[in-house]
Design a binder for this molecule. Structure first.
Ligand code: CAA
Length: 259
C-alpha cells in the first residue's frame, strides 16, 4: 500500500515488520492522516501471517512531537467531539501482535502516548519524554493521564502533566516508563534484537500472553480514558487553548487568561 505519512516494511526481518513515522520536517507531528495510516497499516500487519512482531519508530531527532497543533488550533469543543481523533488510537490498542517502540529524540504529548500504546519501549540515550500539553492550554487526550500514571506513579505523572517538563531517557528508565536505553546508533538494532527474540516464540502464546498482560493493565482504564477524552475535547471551548496553540505557531510565549 502507498502511504503519505508513514513507511512500512512488512519484511524488515524474518517475522518482523517495521512501521516508520515519516513527517520529519514536522517532527512527526501526529495529524489525522498519519494516525489513520498507522491504524490501516497495523490492521494489515496484524493479519499478515509472516509478521509476528511490529517495530514502530520515527527518526533520530523525533519519534513524534505530539498531536498536530496546527491541525487542532482553530477547532472548537464540538469539532473535536465530532472528529473524535482518539477513536483511531483504540485500533492501535487492539493490535494483537506485540509492538515495540524504538524511540529517539522527542516523544512528547501524543508521541509519548503513542509509545505508551506499545508493549515494549527501547530508547536511544537522546530520547526525551514529556506531556507538554499544559503549555498550550490543554491536557493529554490520548491516554497520557491514565497510562503515564500507571507507569510512573502519581507524583511523577503529576509533575510531568502539570509542569509539562521533559524527562531524559535515563530518567524514563529509572521511573519505569521504558525498558532499555542504548546509544543512538543502536536503538533500532536493540528493538530488532528484542523483536527477533519474541518472534522466535509461539505466535499464539505471544498473542494470548500480550492480551493477558493488557487485561491486567487495562482494567478500569477504559473508564479513565473516556473521562480524559471528554475533558480534552472540553478544553477546546477555552480561550486559553486558542492562545496556547496560536502562540506556539507564532513562536511566542503564551499569555493565559484563565478563560
Ligand atoms: N504540531 C505541529 N507542528 C509541530 C509540532 C506539533 N506538535 N511539534 C513541532 N512542530 C513543527 C514546528 O512548528 C516546526 O515547524 P516550522 O518549521 O514550520 O516552524 C517544526 O515542527 C520543527 O519544530 P521546532 O522549530 O519547534 O523545533 P525545536 O527543536 O525548536 O523544538 C520541540 C522542538 C521542543 C519538540 C517543539 O517543536 C515543541 O515544543 N513542539 C510541540 C510539543 C507539544 O506541545 N506537543 C503536544 C501537542 S498536543 C497533544 O499531543 C495532545 C494529545 O494528547 C494527543
Amino acid at each position: 500500500m502507498d502511504y503519505e505519512f508513514i513507511q512500512v516494511e512488512p519484511r524488515f526481518a524474518p517475522f518482523v515488520a517495521l512501521l516508520r513515522l515519516n513527517r520529519p520536517k514536522e517532527l512527526n507531528a501526529l495529524n489525522l492522516g498519519l494516525m489513520g495510516e498507522i491504524r490501516d497499516a497495523l490492521g494489515i500487519l496484524d493479519n499478515d501471517e509472516e509478521v509476528r512482531v511490529i517495530i514502530l519508530t520515527g527518526n533520530d531527532r523525533a519519534f513524534a512531537a505530539g498531536a498536530d497543533i496546527k491541525q487542532m488550533a482553530g477547532k472548537g469543543a464540538i469539532d473535536m467531539l465530532k472528529i473524535d481523533q482518539f477513536s483511531t488510537w483504540d485500533a492501535i490498542r487492539k493490535t494483537k501482535k506485540p509492538i515495540i517502540a524504538a524511540v529517539s529524540g522527542f516523544a512528547l504529548g501524543g508521541g509519548c502516548e503513542l509509545c505508551m500504546h506499545c508493549d515494549i519501549i527501547i530508547a536511544s540515550e537522546t530520547a526525551q519524554f514529556g506531556q507538554p500539553e499544559i503549555n498550550i492550554g490543554v491536557m493529554p487526550g490520548a491516554g497520557g493521564t491514565q497510562r503515564l500514571t500507571r507507569a510512573v506513579g502519581k507524583v511523577k505523572a503529576m509533575e510531568m502533566v502539570l509542569t509539562g517538563s521533559f524527562i531524559s531517557a535515563q530518567e524514563a528508565l529509572q521511573w519505569g516508563l521504558i525498558n532499555k536505553v542504548v546509544p543512538v546508533e543502536l536503538y533500532l538494532d536493540e528493538a530488532l534484537k528484542m523483536a527477533v527474540e519474541i518472534a522466535s516464540k509461539s505466535p499464539i502464546a505471544v498473542q494470548l500472553a500480550k492480551e493477558s498482560v493488557l487485561k491486567s493493565f487495562d482494567s478500569h482504564l477504559q473508564e479513565g480514558l473516556y473521562f480524559e477524552r471528554k475533558n480534552f475535547y472540553m478544553l477546546f471551548a477555552t480561550e486559553d487553548q486558542k492562545e496556547g496553540m496560536n502562540a506556539f505557531i507564532e513562536k511566542r510565549k503564551a499569555a493565559f487568561s484563565g478563560k
